[in-house]
Design a protein around this ligand. Structure first.
Ligand code: SAM
Length: 311
């Protein structure tokens, strides 16, 4: 339940955001693949400077409660645990700058890895990072139209990528098309919680604003997302709530955002000097921990198995 304290802090933060940004302008932005490419083009420098110089574009998993960059390999470790003796080919959807693939491909040379991402710049960076590994192929492409034959992979995974789907049913259909019967899909991402419709309207507005600031287009409630996956023959194997493990990373980003919004005149000036989509990440940094405290968003790992042939 949203506490009184969290709600008054949230309205204070929304007022601080409104002193800098025109919120309607953000909300009115269409969220197609072009917009997502523009978001990442403008935000690239922010991801490198404030997030991870090593190319991770996701939240570090720090279950100890202390932020450490070593937590960026947490998602790849979760994927690795789900690779079995029969897995010979693995695909990462929305592979970004190749951080997860670098970890997995170096540790599993007997497996052939592939990665696809819509942003040419990310694939270029991933190619350079992975150039010494002969068991990785990278392609620029949309996970809603995958450039791979049916039943090509024993495991498909996505880390903070499918939240950008502009057509989630199609993204899930493509993931299951390229999976072998009996193959596994692992998705690690943020979702709206089942409590979303019960939280106060202001909290729902803040959650939507956060999603828009990060170009998250069609956020799904987890149960609806799972139903869609089931209709495609994907049966949930396990679901792990990793929300508390990303909190140290979120608090780190919140600290940066707090400093940004503490000086509204400077912040407004920055909007004339730096790309808007880059600066709008401060909105997400400022609101994310509160969205979680209020119960709007959660960070989960979901793994699903495609029905075996003839099932
Ligand atoms: C938050 S980053 C995560 C990158 C990577 N998975 C990681 O963990 O570092 C999200 C990525 O999704 C990619 N993306 C967004 N929409 C996509 C689409 N329709 N098809 C392929 N990639 C997409 C973006 O270009 C970006 O690299």
């Amino acid at each position: 339940m949203a506490s009184q304290l969290d709600m008054s802090e949230l309205s204070e933060r929304l007022r601080a955001i409104e002193r800098v940004f025109t919120i309607d302008e953000l909300a009115g932005r269409g969220l197609d693949c072009e917009e997502i490419r523009a978001y990442y083009k403008q935000s690239g420098v922010g991801y490198r400077w404030f997030h991870s110089g090593e190319g991770a574009m996701h939240m570090a998993l720090n279950p100890s409660g202390e932020f450490s960059e070593s937590g960026y390999s947490g998602q790849a470790k979760e994927v690795e645990r789900r690779i079995n003796d029969r897995t010979s080919a693995v695909l990462e959807l929305a592979a970004g700058r190749g951080y997860n693939l670098a970890y997995l491909a170096a540790r599993r040379p007997e497996i052939q890895f592939a990665g696809v991402d819509i942003a040419q710049g990310h694939i270029r960076a991933a190619r350079s990072r992975l150039r010494k590994l002969s068991n990785v192929e990278l392609a620029v492409g949309d996970f809603q139209r995958l450039p791979f034959a049916d039943s090509s992979f024993g495991l498909v995974y996505a880390v903070e990528g499918l939240c950008h789907a502009t057509d989630t049913p199609r993204a899930l259909a493509e993931a299951s098309r390229v999976l072998r019967p009996g193959g596994v899909l692992v998705v690690i991402d943020g979702w709206r919680t089942t409590r979303f419709s019960d939280i106060p309207p202001l909290a729902r507005r803040a959650a939507r604003l956060t999603e828009q600031a990060m170009s998250v287009g069609m956020p799904w409630l987890l149960p609806a997302w799972l139903d869609q996956a089931r209709r495609l023959g994907l049966e949930p194997v396990d679901q792990i709530d990793l929300t508390s493990a990303i909190m140290p990373n979120l608090h780190r980003l919140e600290g940066l955002a707090r400093r940004y919004f503490a000086h509204p005149r400077l912040a407004r000036l920055s909007l004339r000097l730096a790309p808007k989509r880059l600066l709008a990440n401060a909105i997400a940094g400022y609101l994310m921990p509160l969205n979680i405290a209020i119960g709007a968003h959660a960070y989960q790992l979901i793994s699903m198995r495609l029905a075996p042939a003839g099932a």
